[in-house]
Design a protein around this ligand. Structure first.
Ligand code: FES
Length: 118
């Protein structure tokens, strides 16, 4: 998909909140932190947790399932699950930490537009 798609009005998303949408059959997460809007894939790269049901603090989202944390500004993994010791090592072997996929956002006439990466 190469074009920007209108996903919401700016007034629909208050500071510190998140909203799940389906665009082109794909689940995405729109979040607002201050005056900035971020769009990432909604499913956690660990085991598919629904990030829209997680916790947003600034640009950090915490997955509701095993509490991995990601920075929405670049998709970077901040914490891979909240497991410790052997369980965390085994989890990383089974599934190496992966960043969240981020998408380009722009604002036009009070509308939030997103360009999805493949
Ligand atoms: S599914 Fe998100 S941390 Fe496990």
């Amino acid at each position: 998909m190469s074009d920007f798609v209108d996903i919401a009005s700016m007034s629909e998303v208050q500071d510190g909140t998140m909203k799940k949408s389906i665009v082109g059959g794909r689940e995405i997460l729109l979040a607002r932190a201050g005056d900035r809007y971020y769009v990432v894939d909604n499913r956690c790269p660990h085991m598919g947790g629904d990030l829209s049901q997680g916790i947003l603090k600034g640009t950090m989202v915490t997955c509701p399932l095993h509490h991995s944390q990601f920075d929405l500004s670049d998709g970077r993994v901040l914490r891979w699950t909240d497991w410790r010791g052997f369980k965390l090592s085994a989890a990383k072997l089974f599934k190496a930490p992966r960043n969240l996929k981020t998408h380009e956002v722009k604002i036009e006439n009070g509308r939030i537009l997103v360009k999805l990466k493949e």
